[in-house]
Design a protein around this ligand. Sequence first.
Ligand SMILES: [Zn+2]
Length: 227
Amino acid sequence: MRHIVAISPHLDDAAFSVGGLLAARARAGDRVTIVTCFTGNVARPQGFALACQLDKGLDPQVDYMALRRKEDHAACAVIGAETIHLPFLEAPHRGYASAPELFAARRMDDGMLQPLTYALREVVDDLAPDLLLGPRAIGNHVDHWMVRDALAATGRTPMLWEDWPYLRRAGPTDDMPVVRHRLSDADRDARLAMCEAYESQLGFQFGGAAGLEALISGVIEERLYPV
Ligand SMILES: [Zn+2]
């Protein structure tokens, strides 16, 4: 049995990007752990951070991260993956004040790299993966880059997934993947079921579960790249 560890920026990225591959490994008897980095709570979100909750159709009183952690447990349960939630705060809580800023340069005052690097080093040492996976940061979300850079700073050599659904807008690159995981029907079903568990994200990102299904059914493989 091998241990596959996926380091996900947000509560949904690993499932969206490599849910099929993780499902296949779990079905083959491997141990799968999904570590999500930015799952921390803020008691009373304000400004853009609050807007990110309201645009998902959620009341200000709802504990948005608690809801998303619960969704993540349900998603991981689909394939029997273990979950680890690191309590770091998402970009909207670190001074990024608009949607365009989430996809622009890292803020000078964003001090997340060092604590995240330390935490990932500890958690990866602890989990001792045979295969370590992380985001390639396609789409340039600052949190995805933060995880990619922190993973690199740990000195480990993860294989990097293509961030979906950002990949759809970015298009393919000329780089050569080291793994092309062709999705079986079972992989596809598991990936969809995992993604559907992140209910709070579906309306905003895909216009609902039907929109997700329409998009994801067109994905035939998941690719991994070297660092
Ligand atoms: Zn993300």
